[in-house]
Design a protein around this ligand. Structure first.
Ligand SMILES: *Cc1c(COP(=O)(O)O)cnc(C)c1O
Length: 486
C-alpha cells in the first residue's frame, strides 16, 4: 500500500487545518440558535492540512474508472463523453449564485434557460410541453405515472389500476409503477426480442392505466409494431408512456411524440451532457402531449404576454415532485450542449451511436454469442462467449476488461439471457478506440480457451481486486470505524 492510500483519518493531528472560512457576514450570533440545535462537542472530523486533503482525494480519484479515464461501453446507461465547455457554462456565477426563493423578476435569465430547454426538448421529442423538475429517470417515470393517474381521475374513470410493462423493461419501470400504487402486468417478448402483440391483446381492458415502453427497447431493437400497439392501448382508454432514458440513438431521427406516445421522460444525465454514475446529480424531464399539459407538476415556467417569465401553479396539476425546480446546473449543461451542437449536429448523434454499435457487434459476433442477430440501434446484447465449452462467465470477461484499461459493459442485464453482456459504445468514440476495444475483447475470448484461470482470477492490476459481492451485500462496511476494524 502506498503512503497516501491510508484513510484520511489516519493523517489527522490535533489542531492541524487546511481551510479558511469566509467572514460571517450575518449580524446574528450563535446565541440565537436554540440550545437544543447547538452542537456541544466538535464534529469528529479529520484534522488535516491542505496538501494531505488534495493528495488523498486525487489518489482516491485515480483508483476509480470514469469516462475521463477511458472507454466506457456501459449498455443502457449511455456513458458518453460530455464536452467540458458545458461544465464551464453551468459554473458561471449568474447561474450558481442564485437562490430558489428569489422573486421571479430577479431570476429572469434562469427562467429563460428553463423555458428554452423545455422548447428544445419538445422539438427533439415531438412532445408538446415539458417539466424539468424531476431529479432522475426513475423520478420522471413516477411523475409520468402520476400524470397518467391524474388524467384518469379527472375523467372520473377510477377503475384503472394496471400498468403493462414488457418483460425486457428497465427495472425502474415496474418499480415506479409499484411506488405509484399501480399493479404491474407483464407482456412477453417474441423470440425476436420485441413486444408480442398477441400476448398484449388479452391484457387490454378498462382496468388499464397505460403501458410503459422504450423504443428501441432494452435489447437495442426497434419496436416496429409501435403504431399498432399505440392504437390498441388508446383503443382501451389507456395512455402510452415512453421511457426515453436511452433517447440517444433517436436524436434527430425519430420522435416519440410521432410514434403515438402521450407521456415520456428523458435522462439529461445520459443523453444531454451530464456525466453520471455514483448516484447523481441528474435530471429526468417529463414531456406530455398537448391534452395533458395542465397535469404537469408545478411550478411550470411560462412566457407571459408581458414578455416576462412567470411561475405557474395549475389547479389540475398532478402535484409537486421536487422542492423547487430540479437540478438547475444539469439543465444549463443540457441547453449548452444542444445549442453548441445546433440542429444539424444534434441529428448526427443518433446515427453515429448506431453505426458504432453495429460496428462493434459485427466485429465480435464470431467469438461472442449473439442471440438476436439483427441490425441494432445504440446497443446490443451478447449472451456469453461463442465457445460455451469453457467455464468463463460474463463476469470474468468484464473483470478481465478492467485489467486492459476498459470499463466493463453492463452484465447480467437484461434478464432475458443468462450471460448478458450489453454493449453501448456511444457516438463520442473514435474508430481507433473501438478497434482497440474489439481487439481486447477478441484477446479475452482466446484467453478463455487457452488460460481460463487468468480470467477467473481477474482483475490483476486494479487497485481493488475482485470483491466478494455477496459478503459486501450481507455485511456492508459503511463507516470508517468499521473499515479500520475489518
Ligand atoms: C437509466 C435508465 C432508467 C433510470 O434512470 P435513473 O436516472 O437512473 O433513475 C430508466 N430506464 C432506462 C431504460 C434506463 O436506461
Amino acid at each position: 500500500m502506498k503512503y497516501y492510500d491510508k484513510l484520511i483519518f489516519e493523517f489527522s493531528r490535533e489542531g492541524r487545518k487546511g481551510y479558511s472560512l469566509p467572514k460571517n457576514g450575518w449580524k446574528a450570533s450563535l446565541s440565537e440558535i436554540p440550545a437544543a440545535l447547538r452542537r456541544e462537542t466538535p464534529a469528529p472530523l479529520p484534522q488535516v492540512s491542505e496538501p494531505d486533503v488534495v493528495r488523498h482525494y486525487t489518489n482516491l480519484s485515480q483508483m476509480n474508472f470514469g469516462v475521463d479515464n477511458g472507454f466506457y461501453p456501459l449498455g443502457s446507461c449511455t456513458m458518453k463523453y460530455n464536452p467540458k465547455i458545458n461544465e464551464e457554462v453551468a459554473s458561471l456565477s449568474g447561474f450558481t449564485g442564485i437562490h430558489p426563493l428569489q422573486s421571479e423578476s430577479t431570476v429572469q435569465g434562469c427562467l429563460m434557460v428553463y423555458h428554452e430547454l423545455c422548447k428544445a426538448l419538445s422539438a427533439v421529442t415531438g412532445m408538446a410541453e415539458f417539466t424539468l423538475n424531476p431529479f432522475a429517470g426513475a423520478h420522471g417515470e413516477l411523475t409520468g405515472l402520476m400524470i397518467m393517474r391524474q388524467y384518469h381521475i379527472l375523467r372520473n374513470d377510477l377503475g384503472r389500476t394496471k400498468v403493462i410493462v414488457p418483460d425486457s423493461a428497465h427495472g425502474t419501470n415496474p418499480a415506479s409503477a409499484a411506488v405509484c400504487g399501480l399493479k404491474v402486468v407483464q407482456v412477453k417478448s417474441t423470440p425476436e426480442g420485441t413486444i408480442d402483440v398477441e400476448d398484449l391483446k388479452p391484457l387490454l381492458d378498462d382496468t388499464v392505466t397505460g403501458i410503459m415502453m422504450t423504443n428501441p427497447n432494452t435489447l437495442g431493437l426497434f419496436e416496429t409494431e409501435i403504431r399498432q400497439i399505440a392504437d390498441l392501448v388508446h383503443g382501451c382508454g389507456g395512455l402510452l408512456y415512453y421511457d426515453g432514458a436511452n433517447m440517444n440513438p433517436l436524436l434527430g431521427k425519430v420522435r416519440p411524440g410521432d410514434m403515438g406516445f402521450d407521456i415520456m421522460h428523458l435522462n439529461l444525465h445520459k443523453t444531454f451532457s451530464t456525466p453520471h454514475g455514483g448516484g447523481g446529480p441528474g435530471a429526468g424531464p417529463v414531456g406530455v402531449a398537448r391534452r395533458l399539459e395542465n397535469l404537469l407538476p408545478y411550478p411550470r415556467v411560462i412566457l407571459g404576454d408581458d414578455g416576462a417569465y412567470h411561475l405557474l401553479h395549475d389547479k389540475e396539476s398532478a402535484g409537486r415532485v421536487s422542492g423547487f425546480m430540479g437540478n438547475f446546473a444539469v439543465q444549463v449543461k443540457a441547453l449548452a450542449y444542444i445549442w453548441t451542437l445546433g440542429r444539424e449536429n444534434v441529428r448526427m448523434a443518433g446515427p453515429l451511436a448506431t453505426l458504432n454499435a453495429n460496428y462493434v457487434k459485427e466485429s465480435l459476433k464470431d467469438v461472442y454469442r449473439l442471440p438476436i442477430d439483427r441490425i441494432c440501434k445504440h446497443e446490443f446484447v451478447f449472451d456469453g462467449l461463442a465457445d460455451q465449452s469453457t467455464e468463463v462467465t460474463a463476469l470474468d470477461v468484464a473483470k478481465r476488461l478492467l485489467d486492459c484499461g476498459f470499463h466493463a459493459p453492463t452484465i447480467y442485464f437484461p434478464l432475458l439471457f443468462h450471460q448478458s453482456i450489453m454493449i453501448e459504445p456511444t457516438e463520442t468514440e473514435s474508430k481507433e478506440t473501438l478497434d482497440a476495444f474489439i481487439a481486447t475483447m477478441r484477446q479475452i475470448a482466446s484467453e478463455a480457451q487457452t488460460s481460463p484461470e487468468l480470467l477467473k482470477t481477474a482483475p490483476h492490476n486494479t487497485p481493488v481486486r475482485r470483491p466478494d459481492e455477496t459478503l459486501a451485500a450481507v455485511h456492508p462496511v459503511l463507516t470508517v470505524q468499521n473499515a479500520t476494524e475489518a
